[in-house]
Design a protein around this ligand. Structure first.
Ligand code: ZN
Ligand code: ZN
Length: 112
């Protein structure tokens, strides 16, 4: 039987980068106004369509320029963000080098 120990609390020292949730909200509002729905920019997934009310207004915000690559405090514009579903977001960050939206779209296309 395969089993592992879990639950030990490990304190990691990490660089905390402040993310501004105000712009995430604004991005979603703008996208919704423009497209009439919130769907993933990579795969088209729509949380509201799939999950109903609980999924309404839900979409993750991805920084096209990874925040850890930005050395100092910088300004984020709406165009720097992409709205992606949780699955695509994980895939974008799967490798050490973050994939671009276009690269991930191509991967989906090529795998079908
Ligand atoms: Zn997606
Ligand atoms: Zn991201």
């Amino acid at each position: 039987m395969f089993a592992v120990k879990e639950g030990k609390v490990i304190y990691k020292l990490h660089k905390h980068i402040e993310r501004n949730s105000k712009i995430n909200k604004k991005k979603k509002e703008n996208y919704l106004k423009k497209n009439g729905k919130l769907d993933c920019e990579v795969c088209g997934f729509d949380f509201y369509e799939k999950y109903g009310e609980i999924g309404m207004g839900f979409m993750e915000c991805h920084h096209r320029i990874p925040l850890h690559e930005i050395k100092e405090e910088s300004v984020t514009f709406l165009k720097d963000l992409s709205l992606v579903c949780a699955n695509c977001h994980r895939m974008l960050h799967r490798d050490l080098d973050t994939l671009s939206i276009e690269e991930l779209k191509n991967k989906i296309k090529n795998s079908q």
